[in-house]
Design a protein around this ligand. Structure first.
Ligand code: FAD
Length: 372
């Protein structure tokens, strides 16, 4: 390395590993609070290469059946607190970047309820009551009249639960805008830079990356390091208890006279679909292949794509001709209790991961509360 490179490119007050929505949000929060701090984000992909540019773009906080299931799993208070964090996070993101810059459209959100989950409908009032302090009004309402209007298969779908508080965003616009915002604040982002190892020294942390051009090791130095590498964290911090969860997504070509707009959940949010103009983006089905999809490999699972096509043909647009344009995969990270995880490895190293399946909502909140 030249003198200039050694002198000007390597030492920072803050280094963040991972240029997804959480890493970038953490960097932005640091710069908003301490404008003079030097902040570097290291991203191994040319684009972020995990979940943040691969998701479905739901600005959501949990469907009715997902919230009821979470009540049973982590308790009512913890679930309500998680919903509040997601809601606050969405609002921080909207405030920071502006609705136009993230392509936010408020068509609302719906959950499709089949016969096996109609029992949840009896709990709408209870859930609304628990969430009243956050939203100030009823969150979930039945809108069964929309089942036919939207063209769903009414022999399978018995109820439609509506929430006016859910929106859709354009994930690509949001990540571009967040990057632009970060750069405008003076944050340096290096892409194509894989952090291979970290080691703690007396008064700094060393982050060792590989220069793919020269094969040389590059030693970045940070006074404080945030590891925001989500599903890939075990490569750097093997002790962190997190599991990858691969998500499969398909997008159709424009469907003539598509009858619905909005974001839609099915089976506790394990299936999700939305319109993008006249196209449908549909993902999920991981719940039927949990072990196979516990992977950090970006590999298509044909069984899931077949299952998603069946959902389109039998439930979502029965009798309508459509063509799948293409498919993709993204990798999420899951903690055992599905709660986000913040772990101080030492005074200088903090690992923040696992917005699970709702990072659009949670990331900004978690980044902000971490740096309070
Ligand atoms: C298919 C799919 C659909 C989803 N749909 C939604 C949705 O509709 N709404 C919602 O709220 N959430 C959704 N999510 C979840 C959401 O995308 C994630 O919670 C969120 O993106 C997590 O952000 P992150 O920054 O923590 O992780 P990531 O986006 O995974 O970012 C981590 C980054 O770290 C980088 N990295 C890893 N290791 C290293 C290293 N050693 N050196 C340098 N860089 C490294 C990775 O390349 C990656 O870019 C979905 C996820 C998927 C996969």
């Amino acid at each position: 390395m030249s003198f200039w490179e050694k002198n000007s490119f390597l030492d920072y007050q803050y280094v963040i590993i991972g240029g997804g929505i959480l890493g970038l949000s953490a960097a932005c929060t640091i710069k908003e609070k301490t404008p003079d701090a030097s902040v570097l984000v290291l991203e191994r992909g040319i684009f972020p290469a995990g979940a943040s540019t691969k998701n479905a773009g739901f600005a959501c906080f949990g469907s009715l059946s997902e919230i009821i299931s979470d009540f049973g799993r982590i308790g009512t208070d913890e679930t309500v607190s998680l919903v509040e964090k997601r809601w606050k996070g969405i609002n921080i993101l909207r405030r920071r970047l502006g609705d136009e810059k993230i392509g936010l459209l408020n068509y609302g959100g719906y959950e499709l309820v089949d016969e096996s989950r109609t029992g949840n409908l009896l709990k709408i009032e209870f859930v609304n009551d628990k969430l009243k302090d956050i939203f100030g009004t009823e969150v979930y309402k039945l809108k069964n009249e929309k089942i036919k209007e939207f063209g769903f298969n009414d022999s399978k779908i018995k109820a439609l639960v509506y929430s006016e508080f859910e929106s859709q965003i354009d994930t690509g616009m949001m990540m571009n805008s967040l990057t632009d915002y970060a750069v405008s604040k003076g944050i340096r982002i290096l892409t194509g830079c894989n952090a291979e190892r970290i080691s703690e020294k007396e008064n700094h942390v060393r982050v060792i990356a590989n220069d793919s051009l020269s094969g040389e090791k590059i030693f970045f130095s940070a006074k404080k390091l945030y590891v925001c590498s989500n599903a890939f964290t075990k490569k750097i911090l093997p002790e962190i208890n997190v599991k990858p969860g691969r998500g499969q997504v398909l997008i159709t070509k424009p469907v003539k006279d598509l009858k619905f707009k909005g974001v839609f959940h099915y089976e506790e949010g394990y299936y999700y679909f939305r319109n993008f103009g006249e196209r449908i983006i549909l993902g999920g089905g991981r719940n039927h292949f949990l072990k196979e999809e516990e992977s950090t490999e970006f590999v298509k699972n044909d069984k899931i794509i077949t299952d998603l096509n069946e959902k389109l043909q039998n439930i979502i647009i029965p009798g309508i001709k459509y063509e799948v344009d293409y498919t993709w995969t993204g990798i999420m990270a899951f903690t055992e209790n599905k709660l986000p995880l913040t772990e101080n490895i030492s005074d200088r190293i903090t690992c923040i991961i696992s917005c699970n399946g709702m990072g659009i909502a949670l990331s900004s909140y978690i980044a902000e509360s971490l740096l309070k």
